[in-house]
Design a protein around this ligand. Sequence first.
Ligand code: GRF
Length: 192
Amino acid sequence: MSAGTPLRLAIVISGRGSNMIAIARACLAGSIAARVAVVISDRADAAGLAGAAALGIETATVLQPQAAGAAAFERTLAAALQGHQPDMIALAGFMRILSGRFVEHYLGRMLNIHPSLLPAYRGLHTHARVLEAGDTEATLSARVQATEHIIYPRVLGWCAQRRLAWREGAAWLDGRRLDTPIVEDFRVAARN
Ligand code: GRF
């Protein structure tokens, strides 16, 4: 991967794929210097597969083999990824917990997005557990997703510009070690 070459992305999904679509659109619009080489799902019925295909993106499904463990699944997923030689892997609504071994293998080349701080707030129904007064789970979820659709392409754009990188056991942005989360008020952006 050399500077100036678009970042090759593999996006891994399980369901709707709205984050994947936001990333793919940002690539197609040229607002980030990246290209989605493949969208991989662990569910054959993931709605995002059709959405990716409609954008002309190659798709693949990697299923958990019957009577085989998580390691077998991860080997198949790794082989599918290897076939597309991605510079970065974006997990986007991928509903499986990957092993430490798998994650270590892709250290610095794999991103995830999740609406709560991990590992403090694990599991499902995140929105229900952090509801603000007056919000329903659906409206809070929609607000979070509108923000996610800004954040994820932006962060991948930083990767494509080689501004964000993993080294010495930490994430670095513009030469600054990120020891604390980047905090930004997206409420205005999310409303627009
Ligand atoms: C997103 O809210 C993401 O943060 C979480 O799962 C959801 C996936 O939504 N991990 P989508 O499939 O991208 O629409």
